[in-house]
Design a protein around this ligand. Structure first.
Ligand SMILES: [Zn+2]
Length: 210
């Protein structure tokens, strides 16, 4: 699958899973110094490969007739400072609920470690601006995902598949937190408990053969 075909495939999945609605949300994949990104103003389940613009690292349009997503500066900022090869941005419901009420996603489940640690909420700035790009870049430091205050979430990966999976993990964690908060006060894992999980994952016990 070409990178542009991948954008179509994962765009469809994002809509199917309810991670985005309408024309919200955007995805990109990097190959060398070129970035294929979803276009502005087209629903992610209506994309064709030719619709997806290709830009260079400075954000100049290299190929395509449609304008790149308005959030392209954020994607470029992430590529500039990380080794990510794909970025997924959505306005998923539970992620946005947490991003509207908290400054970080409390680690109520050890799966938060799949995202590199406690997920930060980047301070609010107008969509598409360099300020928002800078805030997201800072919130992503050492992480595979971040939330964006009063806006949504963003995930990165070595492939689009990986970045998309991180988006699903982020939304799952946010849903667990939000639903748990409706039942009672969620217990939050301590630093020690999270460290113990990392140690366990690094040294899995071997089951003896019968
Ligand atoms: Zn957005």
């Amino acid at each position: 699958m070409t990178f542009r075909e991948q954008l179509c495939e994962y765009g469809r999945r994002a809509v199917e899973l309810g991670l985005v609605i309408g024309t919200s949300g955007n995805l990109s994949v990097r190959e060398g110094d070129r970035i294929a990104v979803t276009p502005s103003g087209v629903a992610l389940d209506r994309l064709t490969p030719e619709m997806c613009p290709i830009v260079d690292l400075a954000g100049r349009l290299v190929e395509g007739d449609l304008q790149p997503s308005s959030e392209t500066p954020m994607h470029l900022a992430v590529y500039e400072t990380t080794d990510a090869r794909a970025v997924v941005h959505t306005h998923s419901v539970f992620g946005t609920v947490v991003a509207t009420t908290m400054t970080e996603l409390p680690p109520v489940h050890y799966n938060t470690l799949l995202l590199g640690g406690v997920v930060r909420v980047a301070p609010y700035a107008t969509y598409g601006t360099p300020e928002l790009a800078a805030n997201v870049r800072a919130a992503l430091e050492g992480r595979r995902a971040a939330l964006m205050a009063n806006h949504g979430g963003v995930s990165i990966g070595a492939t689009l598949e990986e970045a998309f999976e991180a988006t699903r993990v982020l939304e799952w964690l946010c849903e667990v937190y939000v639903r748990a908060s409706g039942v009672g006060k969620p217990a939050v894992l301590t630093d020690e408990q999270l460290t113990a999980v990392v140690e366990r994952a690094l040294n899995p016990p071997e089951f003896p053969r019968a």
